[in-house]
Design a protein around this ligand. Sequence first.
Ligand code: UD1
Length: 420
Amino acid sequence: MGSFIVEGRNSLEGIVDIGGSKNAALPILASTVITGREYIIENIPDIEDVKDMLEILSSMGCSVQFENDIALIDTRGLNTHIVPEKLVRKIRSSIILMGAVLQRTGKVEVAYPGGCEIGLRPIDLHLKGLRKLGVEITEKNGLLIGSVNEPASCDIHLDYPSVGATENIMLFAVGNTGKTTIYNPAREPEITDLQNFLNICGFCVTGAGTGIITIEGKRIENTDTVEYKIISDRIEAGTYLSAAASMKSKIYIRNIEKSHFKSITSIYEDAGCEIRETHGTIVIANNKRIKAIEKITTQPYPGFPTDMQAQVMASMTVADGISIIEETVFDSRLKHVPELQKMGANITTIGRVAVVEGVEKLFSAEVEAKDLRGGAALVIAALGAEGTSKINNIHHIKRGYEKFIYKLQNLGVIITETAR
Ligand code: UD1
């Protein structure tokens, strides 16, 4: 499964270029099947989750080329409504293909995504929304079988602003005649990017980023090639910010949209880092031990993102004082805590709350990445620790960080990868 070997007590210096957003790319790639046509999509991150999604499209009859962060996709050849089970098990977010495939073919068969490393992750809100829009869904032997009899347009009130449910509903509703309104949708920038992409395709979606999304459904006659550029990855940018904050550093983080991650930069400004922004570049400079942050609670956007909880925790393990970090979005997203403890972090957990008492320094250890962001947090901890650390199970990290080693090496880090 591979390991990273990281030499500690580094300081970070240099420039890092942020790639395209994983969580924007995945639903946009899924939505290419709604209409059979060609797409040229730029700024697609070169990560395992994207490769898996492209493999799914290809296995369903679409033609796919991916090079230099550009995907050329032709979905005219889609020849099945069955999303291959083996690949769905590899990439949980392939569930967002449900709405898109239903819209194109009127039916779908997809494996029920089980729980994953960060918790149970039910999809009841996806199914409730699609059923309201006229999809009949049965569950049999771990498979979800959907068919559309009378497609409907209607008002949908989400009990929770689920990112995936909002996307699935959007992808199905865009092609149904009539107006669908989603109340309490997810407001993440990736939802706005999906809306922008769908509108470039010729659909009519408004309101993303607010508390109400309106979809004026329509069939698309125009099948000209669609060209689009994905937004940059705020979580990747935030991860490098956390790394810089946890040690002596001065780094330039390029190709970012600062407004997308205010809740992260404000934490590090409060912690004593100097952060400046110029034209899509953030400069973070830190020459002393950061101050602990009283309390951080993960929330749906625009709140503090759960996808940054582990990395911020890693930086707070060496802060001056006590930080309290509460995870409210996922039920099992503190698995990095025992691994950080192996490196000398002083963390106590009570349910989903972690009390982090900063120590002067961490020590090297052999640790296991348990999930994507938790794995990145261990790399951050290892960068500042004394000695050489080994981080195992790095396939989790590769799911979501492109050219991770290369980008860290560019910042002066001594890091290598081994096959075992
Ligand atoms: C997406 C992101 C993930 C991020 C998460 C929250 C992608 C590919 N993944 O995941 O990186 O951590 O948003 O920002 O974009 N829930 C239900 N029922 C549902 C759907 C969700 O109870 O039908 C619960 C989940 O179990 C979880 C919470 O709602 O506790 C948030 O889930 P959701 O917003 O749907 O996250 P994902 O779309 O899975």
